[in-house]
Design a protein around this ligand. Structure first.
Ligand SMILES: *Cc1c(COP(=O)(O)O)cnc(C)c1O
Length: 419
């Protein structure tokens, strides 16, 4: 079992197996991926090992916002790959200086911290909030308030802050001093913000929790409560940021500015990169050596992210996202109306939309997603009751129409199989 050389790769003639079955043999069983294995993609088109084409309305879970194989992003990656990949945090680099400056110029932020995933960006945000509050008010101010059904990542701290108990079960003991409150409930937030609270974190549009936008006035009320109580307001825009709602960040559309913003998923269009954005005053709590990560802000990631940010932060691009979001919403609403026994409503913001199942069909989102895949349409779920749509922001009207047609076929097949 523990032989150092179990296998000699240098003399191997037989190809390494790459069928779906190999997943079940050699990967940790944390996922249950589709039976089809994607091999190539362009824009919103994707092809599997058998050459079957799919229309991708998952966007790699809100990641490939500019579509697969976007030419300008590929060029940025290739150009940087020819120059410099990595130097370590003993040196800065030109791409990260450009990227941080672009964030400072395009958002409320005065400082950026770069890392590799949404969970790490939130981990940095929660650690920074505690460090800031401990320095300013004392160590008693440690509590983090977050919303039920929220999702903030899978490290032990972020999954504990997240509001879904099923993700922390079995991982105890959990980090202490975390309180969960119902989303969109201002009175619950008021009651939770005691003198020991250092931060309140919220997704302006809840993603994994079922595509639930903040109600009008909710974020404004949180802002006022946090100001009154000396609590940092953290917006997790890992899923709803980077143009997804039709604004560069959802906070801009709501007109409510956080103290700390986290961004990941779409930032690299598939290249792993994430950021925590904040002000000079708050960032100053992170002094040299208090926090860090080896890959954060490496030249390759920063060069790609800058190209993505520059492409999305464009009034025409964002106006088109809003228009496409309206189109998709109308198409889904028409379908929800025609299949009224299945769907209760369509909700969401911009190109982040969910169809909510009802009645006898509650809990069957996964079956509908599978039926869609059989028709050549890739969609997501957000919990068992919501079919979720996160197409690339460059989706065309023709692709929205095609997706609607495929979804109708999928629903017909699902309903006749369900009889
Ligand atoms: C996906 C997601 C995360 C976690 O991001 P990872 O890159 O998977 O660590 C955090 N917050 C929100 C809102 C997300 O949607």
């Amino acid at each position: 079992m523990n032989a150092i050389h179990k296998h000699d790769f240098s003399t191997e003639a037989a190809p390494i197996p790459v069928g779906r079955a190999t997943f079940d043999q050699v990967l940790a069983p944390t996922y249950a991926p589709s039976n089809m294995v994607p091999v190539r993609a362009l824009g919103l088109d994707l092809w599997d090992q058998d050459g079957k084409r799919y229309l991708d309305f998952t966007g790699g879970i809100a990641v490939t916002a500019l579509g697969h194989s976007h030419p300008a992003v590929m060029q940025a990656l290739h150009e940087q790959a020819d120059k410099l990949w990595h130097v370590g945090n003993g040196y800065t680099n030109e791409p990260v200086l450009r990227l941080a400056t672009a964030f400072v110029q395009s958002t409320f932020a005065e400082r950026a911290f770069f890392c590799n995933s949404g969970a790490e960006a939130n981990e940095a945000a929660f650690k920074l909030a505690r460090k800031y509050a401990h320095g300013k008010y004392g160590a008693h101010k440690s509590r983090i308030v977050s919303c039920l059904n929220s999702f903030h990542g899978r490290t032990l701290f972020t999954v504990s802050v997240g509001g879904q108990a099923k993700y922390t079960e079995g991982f105890e003991p959990l980090p202490p001093e975390i309180t969960h409150i119902p989303y969109n409930d201002i009175e619950a937030a008021r009651a939770a913000l005691g003198d020991d609270v250092c931060a309140l974190v919220v997704e302006p549009v809840q993603g994994e929790g079922g595509i639930v936008p903040a109600a009008p006035g909710y974020l404004q009320a949180l802002r006022e409560l946090c100001n009154a109580k000396g609590v940092l307001l953290i917006f997790d825009e890992v899923q709803c940021g980077m143009g997804r709602t039709g604004d560069l960040f959802a906070y801009m559309g709501y007109g409510v500015t956080p103290d700390i913003l986290t961004v990941a998923k779409a930032l690299g269009n598939g290249y792993p990169v994430a950021a925590m954005l904040t002000t000079n005053e708050i960032a100053a709590a992170f002094t040299v050596g208090t926090h860090g990560t080896t890959y954060g802000g490496n030249p390759l990631a920063a060069a790609v992210a800058l190209k993505v940010l520059q492409t999305i932060y464009n009034p025409e691009f964002l106006a088109r996202v809003k228009q496409a979001g309206q189109r998709l919403r109308q198409a889904l609403q028409a379908i929800a109306g025609d299949y009224a026994q299945v769907f209760a409503e369509v909700r969401g913001s911009g190109l982040m939309l969910g169809m909510v199942l009802q009645g006898a069909y509650a809990g069957r989102a996964k079956e509908i997603a599978k039926a869609a895949e059989a028709q050549g349409l890739m969609v997501l779920i957000a919990g068992p009751d919501v079919v979720r749509f996160l197409p690339a922001l460059v989706v065309s009207d023709a692709q929205i129409e095609e997706a609607g047609g495929l979804l109708r076929k999928a629903l017909d097949a699902f309903l006749s199989a369900a009889k």
